[in-house]
Design a protein around this ligand. Structure first.
Ligand code: MTE
Length: 324
């Protein structure tokens, strides 16, 4: 993510992009997914400060329409080594290097605002609120690169239904952890902390919006937003807030970090839209991380990142150039 005061889009060095073999071959991947029709197995002891590295978190292959893209998954090394998580630094390699200081246990998420059942939800209870599923989503960053990631979680709608929003709940805001003791990036004033994001209630209720606890069959690594984040596959990556501590149901469109920092560049909606350029660069194409490095042919970016059939109706009648 770049602010107007930055010098411009900095392309990653070729050495930062690891042309890795696929995460698993497609055949083996499908076989593994078929073998994981199990209830979530949480293989760590209660009371630990973190789930052990690589702890298993598997789910059934999702039946939600559009939830499993057949695009080749990005390598685990790229998905966990090339990240945006400004609380741990601005370079793509910083989160992998510094996020080990994040304590993910104990953890709770406060449910606030226009709901009949507000209150704190401990992470262990939150994990049990829905049936874990594996979803393979295309992810498109506003910076012009993309990945394909097998996430594990359940639809955010399952949580929303359980907390019973009132008629005043029109939007959902996600507030993420801001703790200087754990997050060295908070010393920078590049954003107002905590990092906040938001969705309209119907966007949050769309079955594709995933409350995410894992990836590649394991609990989320810290750099990818442990212990819980959202993933919204038809929007630019920055809408997918990491390490969430509060979910607020509100009547007015809530503040979101990037549109506060640079409102002319990052709108509230931020749907992936090849026809609406970022003011300083085109959004018509993207570079798939791991696909042949800097000189590989770019892919055409798809409307709503390819999820138009599932989410296009949410924006019927809206001028998407105005509501970018
Ligand atoms: N969440 C928090 N708390 N802080 C961040 O800096 N960056 C966003 C989003 N969520 C960010 C965040 C951006 S810009 C992107 S592209 C995605 O996380 C990256 O997610 P990934 O690193 O798991 O691919």
């Amino acid at each position: 993510m770049l602010l107007p005061k930055d010098r411009g889009f900095v392309h990653p060095k070729a050495s930062e992009i690891t042309p890795q073999p696929v995460y698993r071959s497609r055949r083996r991947w499908v076989a593994t997914a078929a073998a994981t029709l199990l209830a979530p197995r949480l293989a760590w002891a209660a009371g630990a400060t973190a789930a052990p590295k690589g702890a298993v978190l598997v789910g059934a292959h999702s039946a939600v329409p559009g939830a499993i893209t057949m695009d080749k998954p990005t390598s685990l090394a790229d998905a966990t080594g090339y990240n945006n998580f400004y609380e741990f630094g601005l370079d793509k390699s910083d989160p992998a290097e510094y996020a080990h200081t994040l304590k993910t246990r104990p953890w709770s998420v406060a449910i606030e605002g226009a709901v009949r059942r507000p209150g704190p939800l401990g992470i262990e209870d939150l994990l049990k609120l829905g049936a874990m599923e594996e979803r393979v989503y295309r992810m498109r960053c506003v910076e012009g690169w993309s990945m394909v990631i097998p996430w594990v979680g359940f639809s955010l709608a399952e949580l929303i239904r359980k907390v019973e929003p009132t008629g005043n709940a029109k939007y959902v805001q996600f507030v993420t952890l801001a703790d200087r003791a754990q997050m060295p990036g908070l010393r920078s004033s590049v954003l107002d902390w905590p990092y906040v994001e938001g969705l309209r209630l119907d966007e949050a209720m769309n079955p594709l919006t995933l409350l995410t606890f894992g990836m590649y069959g394991q609990v989320l690594p810290n750099q990818n937003g442990a212990p819980v984040r959202v993933v919204v596959p038809w929007k630019y990556g920055f809408k997918s807030g990491k390490s969430i501590v509060k979910i607020r149901f509100v009547e007015q469109q809530p503040a979101t970090s990037w549109s506060q920092a640079a409102p002319q560049e990052y709108g509230f909606y931020s749907n992936v839209n090849p026809t609406v350029d970022h003011p300083r660069w085109s959004q018509a194409s993207e570079r798939r991380i791991g696909e042949g490095g800097l000189f590989a042919k770019k892919r055409a970016t798809l409307m709503f990142n390819g999820y138009e059939a599932q989410v296009g109706q949410l924006y019927a009648g809206m001028d998407l150039k105005k509501w970018f």
